[in-house]
Design a protein around this ligand. Sequence first.
Ligand SMILES: [Zn+2]
Length: 287
Amino acid sequence: MFSIAMAASLLFTPADAHLAYETAKGIVDDCTPRDAGTYRTRRAARRIFDKASAAGIDAKMDTFEAITPIGPRRFVNVEGRYVSSHDNDWVVLVSHYDTKPGTDCPGANDGASTSGLLVALADALTTHRPKDINVLMIWTDGEECMERYGHNDGLWGSRHAAEKIKKEGLRVRAVVCLDMLGDADLGIVVPRNGTGWLAQLALDAGAAVRPGLVAAGHELVADDHLPFLEEGFDAIDLIDFQYGGGPGRNDYWHTAQDTMDKISEESLLLSGRMVAELLNRLAKRKP
Ligand SMILES: [Zn+2]
């Protein structure tokens, strides 16, 4: 008889990948399009809130107003908190759920896939209850810009969240943004504009799941991690930015072709396992 003292670590299973897929499908079926500042994003937010709550996470809706190129609009982020101990540091996971304004893009991969993934991660967290880390999940509204990324166009939800977390004084170890990670033809990249040590940890976590799963990107990407970097947090984006019918094409991106048949449970399983592994490594990493 022997016992091994081991902190519970986070696992992400095929059942979790199924939950991620079904949640993404519900968002797409019921809330397409999801232009920021419309009743449809609020409807999607309500659906995400219900799913996150059902997963056993302490969820809430965070409604705020912001200026856009077409005047003030109302946005809504959804927040979910997994707390293992009030003494522990936080990891912030972010996924936007809105779709590109003025398009007929259903956003199956761009918005819904990682929003479903975050719900499934919430479920995995409450099931496995890792002890050494707290996790704040934020489903952001208004990631997509209306005309061109700028101070009053795009990244509204993440800017609001970054300022709020800074004000709240949460001890944040890392911010990880997830975008377009359900692509059936999966190739995850960590863009160059992110925090170095965190990017390396994501590369290692990806390699532990499948060699080459996450690659170092050479491009700069405008995504929800930017406002967190600007507020001084350590942050990265994890994104699959090759999304089309052939190599070098990106024709499913922001078009009517971004539909559920382009994403897969297998990819969501790989992405979910990679994020779980990254969280386990972040939990072990003492600041
Ligand atoms: Zn997009």
